[in-house]
Design a protein around this ligand. Structure first.
Ligand code: SF4
Length: 391
């Protein structure tokens, strides 16, 4: 197994595409693809143009700029943001269809989602400082495989571009996760949020074969001791590194996820973190702000404006400054939400926790009933009407 990883490391080709012409060409083709798809959906060019223009405005507000200067190419597919859908794929169609439908309704289209965060387990070997599911972690599961399948099918039937498995640690429920992946329908990408626990080369291969699209590995510090201290387990860093190498070896897109705490945030630390990602050949980094939920409930962990500015400046440098063209693509969810408004709360995404409770997002825990015994659509509608209290 180690030999195989070594071989894969030697033949590894960094998926980041930085060639200007190549990137421009992909986005040009994407633009044409958008027009073609919108025309097909609306069957009316004026409505299609109107709806696409509004979607474009939302995208500019979300990212802060109009054009991108790098993109990731993994095997035969392109990806442009952390956890975003594969370009030109069936899930990209769902993503655009859901987005357009929110702006100007598309005939026969149901109210779908762009992302469903689905916690498939309450089990986890770690007890991370910031865990938003912390108080829900337990030995026994609340949702059976059959119930999880029904949830996935319910949302796929409405249209969902992406489902992100979380938990707990989804790898604790590996066989069930494979069963879920094997029972999915087309039109949705599936991503795994993991600490790296149990994720070796063999499991990465099985996951890919079952239809997993990509993996988000939590890495909360570039220094082993500090990551382990944050995750309260001396093996956590080793697991994360092994998982990254395994996912790279089977050629799936990979995102590093950082909970950027106030103590962590300095310009220097952020650059060191991104350098770690760059050296490992990781294309995406997502920056998450600590929120007062789970183990952080009632704790004094919210970021000051000064710290948020450091994150914002770092995001803009990595995303748009030519000097960092060959560094990982960074997404800063706090910035995106603040500038575009909340897209969660059942609007474009929502979160079902490990007990089956419907929440606005992983960081906003006002729940709207339990998926097992209540009318899902009515509860989502109630959530949408109240919208997000944070952004
Ligand atoms: S954050 Fe994730 S890995 Fe850490 S304790 Fe919570 S569920 Fe487990």
């Amino acid at each position: 197994m180690i030999e195989e990883i070594k071989k894969a490391q030697q033949s590894f080709k960094n998926p980041l595409v930085t060639n200007r012409l190549h990137v421009r060409l992909v986005f040009l083709i994407l633009k044409v693809w958008y027009w073609w798809y919108a025309f097909r959906l609306y069957k009316n060019p004026i409505i299609a143009v109107k709806s696409l223009n509004k979607l474009e405005q939302l995208k500019v507000r979300f990212f802060g700029r109009k054009t991108f200067q790098k993109i990731s190419r993994v095997e035969d597919g392109y990806f442009w943001m952390a956890g975003g859908p594969k370009l030109f794929s069936p899930s990209m169609k769902t993503f655009i269809k859901v987005g357009l439908h929110k702006i100007i309704p598309v005939k026969h289209q149901k109210n779908g989602l762009q992302v469903l965060f689905l916690a498939i387990t309450r089990k986890c070997p770690l007890r991370c400082e910031h865990c938003f599911e912390g108080p829900n972690l337990a030995r026994t599961e609340s949702l059976s495989v059959q119930e999880l399948k029904e949830i996935i099918h319910h949302f796929q039937e409405k249209g969902v571009a992406q489902i992100q498995f979380s938990g707990g640690e989804p790898m604790s429920r590996f066989d069930d996760m494979i069963e879920l992946l094997e029972s999915k329908k087309s039109g949705t990408d599936f991503w795994l949020n993991t600490s790296g626990f149990l994720l070796d080369l063999e499991k990465a291969r099985i996951l890919k074969k079952a239809g997993l699209t990509g993996v988000i590995v939590s890495l909360d510090h570039f220094e082993e001791d500090l990551h382990n201290a944050f995750r309260k387990n001396n093996d956590a860093y080793r697991w994360a590194m092994r998982a990254i190498e395994a996912v790279k070896a089977v050629e799936m897109p990979i995102t590093l996820s950082l909970c950027a705490t106030s103590e962590f945030i300095t310009k220097e630390n952020l650059f060191k973190y991104a350098m770690k990602g760059k050296e490992m050949g990781v294309t995406f980094i997502q920056l998450l702000e600590p929120k007062q939920v789970g183990f952080y409930e009632n704790k004094d962990i919210l970021l000051s404006e000064e710290k948020k500015k450091i994150l914002r400046d770092f995001y803009f440098l990595m995303a748009f400054d030519n000097r960092y063209r060959d560094w990982p693509i960074v997404n800063y969810m706090g910035y995106h939400n603040e500038s575009a408004g909340c897209l969660g709360a059942g609007d474009r995404f929502l979160y079902i926790n490990s007990k089956g409770e419907i929440n606005a997002c992983p960081f906003c825990h006002k729940n709207y009933g339990n998926i097992k015994n209540e009318d899902i659509d009515a509860n989502i509608m109630a959530m949408k009407n109240e919208s997000c209290p944070l952004y």
